[in-house]
Design a protein around this ligand. Structure first.
Ligand code: NAD
Ligand code: ZN
Length: 343
């Protein structure tokens, strides 16, 4: 099969022939149809310090996909060839306290698809049956391909109650964009988006933002005043990984507000804990998706009218992976999809 492989320590990914993955008795083999490019894949491609620390080549990259089951292990009875599925990219140990309690997103021994084991930028991907999500009928195939980052958006957006609340979204990358639509669907009142990139600010408004501001030009306190807000934001979603964005969010919260932090900083961030104490803020880290409550929520929200499709802006055949990665890296894009269906 063909696959996009990190062949050695250093920049680049190579499209090459590799053996189809073997499956064990508990595994499912999936013929990949569509994949999404994540920031993680960009880090792996460019071989930044995180990738150099984390990735052990050779490795097939990629963890966002939809595909069709072609084979199942002898122990697998819930999945069958021909079914359309996506994969939960966090392979958990199954044996720790949290896994046994059904809180698999809290497993401390998580291995990432396309990070710690071969991923889905390939014609076939194998994964444990416990990581397979069977799509319900009627789910759009492109949307199905990005259930993994969509799940990050849902997990973050629903971390605090948002019905009727005023919400700040810092960073309108693909995940921030989807989170805006989720917050709108879940009944937020005002959704203020802070994003330096103009292309993404336009998309943010399309996804349902009340207003999208450039943090280099506008002070959020002024924006609050213009919108008639008096107490500050009830909920913030930190989706940029940028220090100043987190601090600005903390400065603009209502007392008792909640900040769900998904963005992954590249360095330590200094914050004023006085703000947390005296304003009684809750800062909550979000990693991955809840298995499988988030997946269920994604599905039922799509069935009740949530539309995240405008967040998908680019599509490429897998052969044009370099162009696909360039589009994802440019910033003037939402989600970028690669098609694997035909050779
Ligand atoms: P992205 O890098 O495409 O989006 C980040 C956005 O933040 C960009 O559009 C950027 O222009 C914007 N930004 C930069 N400076 C800003 C500032 N000062 N204020 C506001 N916005 C600013 O990333 P993404 O794919 O949408 O993912 C969002 C974040 O979540 C990233 O940090 C990513 O690493 C992280 N992530 C976390 C998890 C998890 O499980 N915790 C999973 C996936 C991604
Ligand atoms: Zn575990």
């Amino acid at each position: 099969m063909r696959a996009l492989v990190k062949t050695q320590a250093g920049p680049g990914l190579t499209l090459m022939e590799v053996p189809e993955p073997a499956i064990g008795i508990n595994d499912v083999l999936v013929k990949v149809r569509k994949t999404g490019i994540c920031g993680t894949d960009l880090h792996i491609e460019s071989w930044d310090p995180w990738a150099a620390r984390t990735i052990h080549p050779p490795l097939i990259a990629g963890h966002e996909f939809v595909g069709e089951i072609t084979a199942v292990g002898s122990n697998v009875s819930d999945f069958h060839p021909g079914e359309i599925v996506s994969g939960e990219g966090h392979v958990t140990c199954g044996r720790c306290r949290h896994c046994l309690a059904g809180r698999r997103h809290l497993c401390a021994h998580t291995i990432g698809l396309g990070v710690g084991r071969d991923g889905c930028f390939a014609e076939y991907v194998a994964l444990p049956m416990a990581n397979v999500w069977h799509h319900w009928p009627g789910i759009d195939e492109e949307v199905a391909a990005i259930f993994d980052p969509f799940g990050n958006a849902v997990h973050t957006a629903l971390a605090f109650p948002i019905l009727g609340e005023d919400v700040l979204v810092s960073g309108a990358g693909p995940i921030g964009l989807m989170a805006i639509a989720v917050a709108r669907h879940a009944g937020a009142r005002l959704i203020v988006v802070s994003e330096p990139n103009a292309y993404r600010r336009d998309l943010a408004v399309r996804m349902g933002a009340t207003v999208a501001i450039d943090p280099r030009e506008r002070d959020l306190h002024d924006v609050q005043a213009e919108l008639g807000m008096v107490e500050g934001f009830d909920v913030a979603m930190e989706m940029s990984g940028v220090a100043v964005a987190l601090r600005t969010a903390m400065d603009n919260m209502a007392h008792g507000g909640g900040i769900a932090i998904l963005g992954i900083p590249t360095a330590e961030i200094t914050i004023d804990v006085n703000e947390i104490v005296f304003n009684q803020l809750t800062l909550r880290g979000i990693y991955g998706r809840e298995m499988y409550e988030t997946w269920y929520k994604m599905t039922v929200m799509l069935q009740s009218g949530l539309d995240i499709k405008p967040a998908i802006t680019h599509r490429f055949p897998y052969r044009d992976h370099a162009a696909a990665f360039a589009a994802a890296r440019s910033g003037d894009s939402g989600k970028v999809i690669m098609e694997w269906a035909e050779r």
